[in-house]
Design a protein around this ligand. Structure first.
Ligand SMILES: Nc1ncnc2c1ncn2[C@@H]1O[C@H](COP(=O)(O)OP(=O)(O)OP(=O)(O)O)[C@@H](O)[C@H]1O
Length: 300
């Protein structure tokens, strides 16, 4: 559905995105993670047809986005702060979107107005930040796009609304194979929502995987050896993302196949060996550390 191939974007001297490729299959929910300034918003704006890529191609349904108004009408882009016209109400924004999106569903709009309990005649500028977010979702879903592209969409929503919106997204994906691309720093949200994840850093894609595969590929291991000198030998055999000592127990974050890792450790006959589940937040921090983007101590 979404195919980005070798895309680059430079602003003045600033390389925002460099030779990046990404694929999102139809009906998938893809989470785009990355450090601040990694190029996520720039990538989303190229995908939405707002920026023209300097090199490479951005296609949706096989058609290039930037050149095609028709393809743009099949997408809905939600920027990190919702944009509405001055003086606009939800009703007037609905009229605007209805005139642009041929797939607009008035029935869906009315259903959603009832669910969200927002007054369609009230000025959007008088809504709270969270209510504006809700209004943006409501309008986006009423447009019935084939792909929904969202930059930091969860910010400012209360937990009940988050669950509500998550359920609505799942429903759209299950019923009509909506394709979703979300950029977020909220890893817990991404973990709950997404089936594919990409991690960006300095304009490039560091890792791109199925979330289950990503978790299956990175492991947290607690181990204690009878002879501590064994630890050094392991470094040449395994891709260790992180290691720390907690008394006599060592904690390792290791990339690779579970069985192979277990075999490598068991050569040294550890008296403790536990494989523990890893959260997406841990994977993110260790992957970024591996790319040289470590959390430095900031207490001065
Ligand atoms: N319009 C612009 N003009 C000049 N430089 C820009 C512009 N937009 C983005 N950049 C630069 O491109 C790089 C990537 O920015 P971008 O906003 O895409 O990152 P991001 O991953 O969305 O960051 P964050 O997570 O902090 O929101 C940054 O170095 C930024 O300064």
């Amino acid at each position: 559905m979404i195919e980005i191939r070798g895309v680059s974007k430079i602003f003045q001297e600033e390389k925002a995105v460099t030779g990046l490729s990404l694929t999102v299959p139809k009906g998938a929910i893809y989470g785009l993670l990355g450090s601040n300034g990694a190029g996520k918003t720039t990538l989303l704006k190229m995908l939405a047809g707002i920026y023209r890529p300097d090199t490479g191609s951005v296609k949706v349904g096989g058609q290039p986005v930037y050149e095609s108004p028709e393809v743009k009408r099949s997408l809905f882009f939600m920027p990190d702060s919702p944009y509405f016209f001055q003086q606009a109400t939800m009703k007037s924004m609905a009229e605007f979107y209805r005139s642009i999106y041929t797939q607009w569903s008035q029935k869906r709009y009315e259903e959603l107005v009832t669910v969200f309990r927002l007054d369609p005649r009230r000025r959007l500028s008088r809504f709270s930040k969270g209510m504006q977010r809700q209004a943006a979702f409501l309008l986006a879903l009423s447009c019935k796009p084939d792909a929904l592209i969202m930059d930091e969409p969860i910010d400012g929503l209360d937990p009940v609304m988050r669950r509500q919106i998550k359920n609505l997204l799942f429903q759209e994906v299950a019923e009509r194979e909506l394709t979703v691309l979300i950029s977020s720093h909220n890893l817990r949200e991404i973990e709950d929502l997404c089936d594919h994840v990409g991690i960006m850093h300095e304009g490039r894609m560091l890792v791109e995987k199925d979330l289950d595969d990503l978790k299956a590929d990175t492991h947290k291991i607690q181990v204690a050896f009878r002879d501590v000198r064994h630890a050094a030998a392991l470094e040449s055999k395994l891709q260790i993302l992180h290691q720390e000592q907690r008394g006599s127990v060592s904690l390792y974050i290791v990339k690779g196949e579970r069985e192979r890792i277990s075999q490598a450790f068991h050569v040294y006959d550890p008296y403790v060996y536990d494989l523990l589940p890893l959260t997406l937040e841990e994977i993110f921090i260790y992957e970024m550390g591996d790319a040289g983007y470590d959390a430095q101590p900031i207490i001065l």
